[in-house]
Write a protein that binds this ligand. Structure first.
Ligand code: HEC
Length: 98
């Protein structure tokens, strides 16, 4: 949130008020953020998909699966987690597109 003008190659700048509200919400509610922060090793490029926590949770997924056209990359959470938009990442809502 501190570097939004250079957010993974995109300018994601926000006005100060929105930035403050969003930051407070994220600190209070982003569960995976807390798990990643507890990580003794900071993930490369600050990417959740490279954190120890994420890699551990997804260790059974073959490298070729990530590259399937319907998935594309680990950042496309909603490609497999059908309820990602509602913040649901339970294993019951996982569907891996062929
Ligand atoms: C290629 C499909 C795929 C993509 C893309 C993917 N996941 Fe997953 N995810 C899985 C599978 C499969 C599991 C393991 C489900 C299980 O526990 O059996 C999993 C597990 C998880 C879990 C643990 C669920 C639990 O109940 O323990 C979380 C949280 C999660 N993923 C978050 C994410 C996030 C956040 C992203 C995007 C940054 C993401 N996933 C991208 C397939 C995917």
């Amino acid at each position: 949130m501190a570097n939004l003008p250079r957010h993974f190659g995109t300018d994601a700048s926000l006005d100060p008020r929105t930035l403050k509200v969003l930051s407070e919400w994220l600190v209070a509610n982003a569960g995976s953020f807390r798990r990643v922060v507890r990580d003794p090793v900071q993930p490369p490029q600050d990417r959740i998909s490279q954190s120890t926590w994420f890699v551990q949770k997804h260790r059974e997924i073959d490298a070729r699966v990530w590259r399937r056209p319907a998935i594309g990359s680990a950042a496309r959470c909603d490609a497999c987690h059908s309820a990602a938009e509602q913040g649901q990442f339970s294993e019951h809502d996982v569907y891996m597109p062929k």
